[in-house]
Design a protein around this ligand. Structure first.
Ligand SMILES: NC(=O)c1ccc[n+]([C@@H]2O[C@H](COP(=O)([O-])OP(=O)(O)OC[C@H]3O[C@@H](n4cnc5c(N)ncnc54)[C@H](O)[C@@H]3O)[C@@H](O)[C@H]2O)c1
Length: 462
């Protein structure tokens, strides 16, 4: 099939390469010229394991190509996926608010309306508020009236719309594309259903379930799934605070409740809060959608508040160990919002770095993949070199540190030689924001150690 994907971010590029690998002819469109230039020269603009070889293979097989020419891209695909960003809107101080910015979605819809001249199936891959498919239809209808065309307006074309939300996880995107738990597709015509069935047949053949539903339910399923996962995380984070007060150990509690079949073991890890480009904005977006329909989604408001508090909870732990952080050297391991990605959108590390800079600390940071993004983020804010040093590796990062803080649980840190670390630091203080290490082992190495929710149970260190 001939497919167009609008937007070559984490989702669009994975989808484009994945669909090409299933034998389709895929054109990926992006408005950022450098991104397309990079892709054309064989480079991937961000880090995602195995994506480079999948792209390379399919480019060589002439099933995948990239462009920033909208006309060429829109004319190419009978099925057009919209995979552009849907960020939270910001207030005048630059702070995120609940409402979602649908500007990129509207832009993509206008581009389709401008250049399409024959039947198209338009599929939203982006995570969007319930009702967005209707909005896209309206944008296109306004630009391409069926009757009464006046100067400058374009002829209408036939199209269907479908919602096919994305559930991939950064760091495992290819695996998730090739082996999804389920494929959710919202449609309103038989033609759209037939095209989507044909497209996903190879995955259906290997037993992956396709769930056809109406469009609004499909849009809702994506928000509901992320809201449920975020709720589990905030529940565990709130519980971790109670563990700290009462002396229970959150890891023991998680294991104990996770063995209950009705609960299950996944998404029960307490930590330093969730970040990324999905959970935070999708929870806020869901709250906004509820509000637009006259409902107060109070549960999710609390989920969001707990998460914000959790992101700020590392600094008090550092202070418990080193006192005032002014002039103290704080080493941070892990900057991406989670391991195996270079994505730092709404990452906990950024919250901590801002807090520490404000209090006059000297910060040394290291991440296996996110250094470039962190450099770009802070040089935009003119903060690099000004209390913040980007280090070349995990050991250089802890040199002379008064406290080491693990923020993102990359495997590299799991495999680290902790006795070497204990010889490099100035003071043996450790805040483990992801409960990666064994408190007893840390104690043996002479560290004062604070994890998350590790009261006096197994980790009776502090
Ligand atoms: N990243 C994830 O893990 C993930 C997972 C599931 C769902 N999603 C959802 O998928 C969507 C995309 O996420 P992402 O992380 O890939 O975003 P991203 O910001 O990495 O990429 C979006 C891309 O769209 C491009 N773009 C914007 N307007 C365009 C237009 N009119 N024409 C062509 N290109 C355009 C941008 O230049 C950018 O490269 C979002 O709605 C997100 O919530 C993301």
């Amino acid at each position: 099939m001939k497919i167009t994907v609008i937007g070559t971010g984490y989702v669009g590029l994975t989808l484009g390469a994945g669909l090409a690998n299933l034998g389709n002819e895929v054109c990926c469109l992006d408005v950022i010229e450098e991104k397309i230039a990079k892709l054309k020269s064989g480079k991937i603009p961000f880090f995602e394991p195995e994506l480079d070889s999948l792209v390379d293979q399919n480019v060589k097989a002439k099933r995948l190509f990239f462009t920033n020419h909208k006309k060429e891209a829109i004319e190419h695909g009978q099925v057009i996926f919209i995979a552009v960003g849907t960020p939270s809107q910001k207030d005048k101080d630059g702070k995120f608010i609940d409402d979602i910015d649908l500007g990129y979605i509207d832009g993509a819809a206008r581009d389709i309306a401008t250049y399409a001249s024959e039947y198209k199936l338009i599929v939203t891959k982006s995570t969007v508020p319930i009702g967005t498919a209707e909005r896209i239809k309206k944008v296109i209808a306004e630009m391409t009236p069926k009757e009464g065309i006046v100067g400058g307006q374009k002829k209408s074309f036939d199209f269907d719309i479908a919602s096919n939300p994305e559930f991939l996880r950064e760091g495992a995107a290819i695996r998730d594309f090739e082996n999804p738990d389920r494929i959710i597709i919202g449609v309103e015509t038989e033609k759209a259903k037939a095209l989507m069935t044909q497209l996903y047949q190879p995955l259906q053949r290997i037993g992956r379930p396709i769930v056809f539903t109406d469009i609004k339910s499909a849009e809702m399923i994506k928000y509901a799934a992320n809201a449920m996962l975020a709720t589990r995380i905030s529940f565990m984070n709130e519980l971790s605070r109670l563990c700290e007060k009462t002396g229970a150990d959150i890891k023991e509690v998680a294991r104990g409740i996770g063995l209950d079949d009705r609960i299950g073991p996944r998404f029960l890890q307490a930590g330093a809060g969730y970040g990324g480009s999905c959970f935070p904005k999708d929870v806020r977006g869901f709250i906004a959608t509820a509000k637009q329909h006259g409902l107060d989604f109070s549960l999710l408001k609390v989920v969001d508040t707990i998460n914000e508090k959790q992101k700020e909870s590392l600094l008090p732990k550092i202070k418990k160990l080193v006192g005032d952080v002014k002039e103290k050297k704080i080493a941070i391991w892990g900057l991406s919002f989670k391991p195996k990605t270079d994505d730092i959108r709404e990452a906990t590390s950024l919250v901590l770095i801002h807090q520490l800079l404000k209090e006059g600390a000297q910060i040394q940071v290291y991440d296996p993949k996110a250094m470039e993004n962190v450099r770009a983020y802070f040089s935009e804010q003119q903060r690099t070199g000004n209390g913040l040093s980007l280090m070349s590796d995990a050991y250089a990062c802890v040199q002379d540190a008064d406290c080491v803080v693990l923020v993102t649980e990359w495997n590299e840190f799991r495999l680290i030689d902790l006795s070497k670390v204990s010889g490099l630091v100035k003071q043996k203080n450790f805040v483990d924001g992801r409960n990666m290490y064994d408190p007893e082992e840390m104690k043996k190495l002479g560290f004062q150690y604070i994890g998350v929710g590790r009261g006096i149970g197994r980790g009776k260190i502090i």
